[in-house]
Design a protein around this ligand. Structure first.
Ligand code: DGJ
Length: 745
């Protein structure tokens, strides 16, 4: 709901209130953002201007207390006495950088408020949209030049807002690189300016555009937390500036890095939309708002709240080395285990037997598929799986027919990354080529799923418009391919999560989270992303161990227990599984199918645990809660582990039961002698065979208790501590984990 009166503008969501007003001189003054106030008193909430301060510049000689540097603003120009970072750096018609946008009028259209401001002939429109039930407000800016002289935008943020730093906020960003995306980093917000930026051409695995500000005592389930993000997939920059008057300025938008955009008379520039949310229910409350917003408003309509298929992906088991018959064998196995979709990953393009050739050519590799792709896709469907296919449409290898015919399609003078060049998506001919080629293959193969990859950063660019025009070109291509084909499930990918952002999610309901599928790393990666994005958006696969990037050996159960808190898939060589591993995977898939909607769309929470080597995740919907308790490296003789389940009905009773899982004999090496009647060689044939066909069933715990007891915390059975084993002992060791299913009795 949006209320406008002479006192100000009040934007209400179910649980939050956002207020600003115009000052007597026509600037926009920020008043309040936080928990819902039913009848806010704007005057009481506002910053007072009762005394003039030294070292300030007065905006007008009529009111010496009115210094822009001391006022919390909704937007601020350059000059006129505000020395904080401006959201706009514009070379104005007179050639100066001084801008001073003054309120002219506003309109309210359902959930959208539009404010018109002017600086002479340059018009700025700020747009606010309220998503009540998601507790989200979005903002964007639009600049129009009505002057006969051109203006040049060097920076234009989507959102600017000044909040009072009542206490020192904790600023959280999500940073990393290839295979270590979105690691959470916290720091107290100090004086000066912090910048969260990407200059790689993509939203990047280095710094995700989303970030948080929280009061210092905020925790998983309590305290005030603000979340911010940007619906954009290219270079971004957010700045958070704490000034000496305890005001915190936040700006979010396209990165000004080498950005230069001229507007001639009558031309307009639109920023992407920035997103903000607030919760007084801690980090989980904040992320629940983002999750609801994304699942209900960002994801393409055809896929909203729709179950996502369990996929088998050919990349890790095959890389570039496969034949049609090998893939068919893998697909048959995948079907037997219960998977639903087969994804043919990289390596099917003509000439593409490694990463130095073939990108750009949409002919099939005849050595691998002598009778064509359509026939292979039909074979997959006959097996009973949907067919999905990989593309990397934004790139070209110099060793390709496309490059030989059209070298001008690539960004000129560029350095190479993964032996490839970036196609110039600002060129309409390039876009047409991509749309035609990808659409043709989707239609010929009747693909139900597309993996859209992008495997390098952009390093060179011809001008100051390129980075943004590239992203607009990308959105145009995605729109033209996928809008007419809403049934095709798109999973975007950029060497894993190098472009995990709200802009891509508008087209692709899910994103390949990371090339790193080691579950221990995934706890950090998926855990980090979960502050900003729901589990339904995260592709999460079970892969082989030892793991290909970390060489870490982890239990098959833990690989699944982590992957199930996302969109599940398998990416391992199924031909080498032992019969007992097959049984385990089959039961994992059955379990996931039974609880798929809880995992993909349930209310996901990260719970604080009293121990630093434990992670506790919870997915919860109306009838089911599934808690995953993950152990890092084991400690000797640890005290009891506690399972705390939040948000249950205190008047009801619940059953808690561990998901049964298997423990492999080989994991225990020579220790098996303690439970065997005869001494056996741990590397001998008998135990090797036993390991293929038998496994121990891990300890299953069952409790029945009230919701309040579960919230207080159930103390779990003891872990193995070196002296005793029975079927009530939890055998976790390094990286062990369990899932607990909680249902009403
Ligand atoms: C990077 C992706 O993240 C992988 O999953 C795989 O598709 C490779 N590219 C293929 O080249």
């Amino acid at each position: 709901m949006i209320l406008a009166s002479e006192k100000g503008f009040i934007l209400q969501t179910c649980d939050t209130t956002y207020i600003f007003r115009t000052t007597p001189y026509g600037h926009l003054e920020h008043i309040y953002y936080g928990q819902c106030l039913k009848s806010p008193d704007i005057e009481a909430l506002s910053h007072k201007r009762t005394a003039q301060a030294g070292s300030t510049v007065a905006y007008t000689q009529d009111d010496l207390n009115y210094s822009l540097d001391r006022i919390p603003m909704e937007w601020s120009g350059i000059g006129k006495g505000d020395y904080r970072h401006s959201p706009a750096e514009i070379k104005m018609p007179d050639g100066s950088f001084v801008s001073d946008f003054i309120y002219q009028s506003h309109e309210i259209n359902e959930n959208t408020l539009t404010i018109h401001l002017n600086d002479n002939n340059v018009q700025l429109i700020l747009t606010y949209t309220v998503y009540e039930t998601a507790n989200v407000i979005t903002r964007r800016a639009q600049l129009t030049n009505n002057d006969s002289r051109p203006i040049t935008i060097r920076r234009l943020a989507s959102l600017m807002l000044d909040m009072a730093a009542k206490e020192i906020y904790i600023l959280t960003t999500f940073d990393g690189d290839w295979t270590k995306e979105a690691h959470r980093h916290d720091r107290p917000l100090q004086y000066g300016m912090f910048i969260n930026e990407s200059r790689t051409g993509a939203s990047s695995n280095k710094h995700n555009p989303g970030f948080l500000l929280a009061e210092p005592d905020a925790a998983a389930c309590r305290g005030s937390v603000y979340g911010f993000n940007l619906i954009y997939s290219g270079n971004h920059m957010s700045y958070i500036e704490r000034n000496s008057h305890e005001l915190v300025r936040i700006g979010i938008g396209i990165s000004p890095h080498c950005f230069e955009w001229e507007l001639k008379q009558g031309e307009t520039f639109q920023t992407p939309e920035a997103v903000m949310t607030y919760s007084n229910q801690g980090y989980n409350g904040m992320s629940r708002n983002f999750h609801n917003f994304i699942n209900n408003h960002i994801i393409p309509e055809a896929w909203r709240m729709k179950p996502r298929p369990i996929k088998y992906n050919s990349w890790e088991p095959c890389f570039f080395k496969f034949t049609e018959s090998k893939l068919v064998r893998l697909a048959r196995q995948a079907k037997k285990l219960g998977m639903e979709l087969f994804v043919l990953d990289d390596g099917w393009f003509k000439g593409r037997d490694n990463d130095s050739a073939g990108l750009g050519d949409y002919e099939v590799n005849k050595k691998k598929f002598p009778r064509g792709l359509a026939r292979f896709a039909n074979k997959i469907r006959k097996i009973g799986l949907d067919f999905g296919i990989w593309f990397e449409p934004e790139m070209v290898n110099p060793d390709s027919d496309l490059y030989r015919a059209h070298p001008e399609y690539a960004v000129q003078g560029a350095t190479m990354g993964r032996n490839q060049l970036v196609l110039d998506l600002t060129n309409p001919d390039v876009r047409d080529y991509i749309v035609d080629s990808v659409s043709r293959i989707i239609d010929e193969t009747d693909a139900a799923y597309v993996k859209w990859d992008m495997n390098r950063h952009i390093s060179e660019f011809p001008n100051g418009r390129f980075f943004h025009e590239y992203i607009l070109g990308l959105y145009d291509v995605l729109e033209r391919i996928f809008t007419p084909r809403p049934h095709v499930l798109l999973e975007s990918c950029s060497s894993g999560g190098n472009r995990f952002d709200l802009g891509m999610l508008r087209y692709s309901p899910q994103i390949w989270t990371s090339d790193n599928t080691d579950p221990v790393c995934r706890l950090e990666i998926q855990g980090g992303l979960s502050y900003l994005y729901p589990p339904s958006t995260m592709g999460a696969h079970v892969s082989d161990a030892p793991h290909q990037q970390t060489l870490r050996e982890t239990p098959l159960s833990t690989r699944f227990n982590v992957a199930c808190y996302g969109v599940l898939g398998y990416e391992m060589d199924l031909r080498h599984l032992s019969p007992v591993e097959r049984k385990e995977i089959k039961s994992q898939i059955e379990f996931y199918k039974q609880h798929r909607m809880t995992f993909q769309y349930g209310n996901f929470k990260r719970q604080d645990t009293p121990k630093d080597n434990k992670t506790l995740w919870v997915s919860q919907d109306k009838n089911t809660t599934i808690a995953g308790l993950f152990q890092g490296t084991a400690k000797v003789s640890e005290g009891a582990d506690t399972l705390r389940i939040p948000n249950l009905d205190h008047t009801k009773r619940y059953k808690v039961k561990t998901r049964p899982q298997r423990l492999y004999i080989k994991r225990f090496g020579g220790l098996v002698k303690h439970i065997m009647p005869i001494a056996l060689n741990p590397s001998g044939l008998i135990l090797l065979l036993a390991n293929r066909y038998h496994a121990l069933i891990d300890c299953v715990e069952e409790y029945e208790c009230g919701g309040d007891t579960l919230e207080a915390g159930v103390l779990l059975n003891n872990q193995f501590n070196g002296t005793h084993y029975n079927n009530k002992t939890r055998l976790l060791g390094d990286y062990g984990s369990n899932l607990y299913v909680v249902t009403p009795s």
